[in-house]
Design a protein around this ligand. Structure first.
Ligand SMILES: O=c1ccn([C@H]2C[C@H](O)[C@@H](COP(=O)(O)O)O2)c(=O)[nH]1
Ligand SMILES: [Zn+2]
Length: 164
């Protein structure tokens, strides 16, 4: 055999796959989000998933949603760090200027601010299940104004299995 393999995965499959795998570390019972930040020359710079900050125990802080507890103090939203922000904060190498973010859920308005300010220029997202909500509308408004390009990941249809 002299030729190369032809069924290797694309860059988008590779990096979105890493984002999906990263999201599998999330303890959130309802929505697991994974993120992977990549340089312009396709090197992985950082990864993240949604979870509580260091020192805030996954077993002690609340994982419930607002309709499950009356007091927002007992709801996850005050405590959960979003996957995109975790990926940005996890980066130890300097500037993210010009980089690309793969994320399994369209970023909210808070993440959009961090994405813009960190210099990320492209977002490839998976689900847009909160499309039309004020948080996502505001996010798209800011990303459009700041010239951050975004497009939805187009699955090839083939299944990528990981077996170790
Ligand atoms: O930009 C985003 C938006 C949300 N997340 C995280 C935050 C929460 O842990 C879940 C959303 O939970 P729901 O129960 O679906 O409201 O997703 C994120 O990481 N990035
Ligand atoms: Zn967010």
């Amino acid at each position: 055999m002299t030729g190369k393999r032809e069924d290797y995965i694309t860059w988008d499959e590779y990096f979105m796959g890493v984002a999906v795998l990263s999201g599998k570390r999330s303890k959130d019972p309802s929505t697991q989000v994974g993120a992977c930040i990549v340089s312009q020359d396709n090197k992985i710079l950082s990864m993240g998933y949604n979870g509580f900050p260091l020192g805030c125990s996954d077993d002690e802080f609340p994982w419930g949603r607002e309709n499950e507890a009356e007091d927002p103090y007992n709801v996850k939203y005050f405590y959960s760090t979003h996957s995109e922000l975790n990926a940005i904060l996890n980066y130890r190498g300097g500037s993210l200027e010009g980089s690309k973010l793969y994320v399994t859920l369209f970023p909210c308005n808070e993440c959009a601010k961090a994405i813009i300010q960190s210099g990320i220029k492209t977002i490839v997202y998976g689900s847009d299940k909160y499309a039309g909500t004020p948080a996502v509308n505001a996010s798209k408004r800011m990303l459009n104004a700041a010239g951050v390009r975004y497009y939805q990941y187009q699955p090839s249809g083939r299944k990528i299995e990981i077996e170790v």
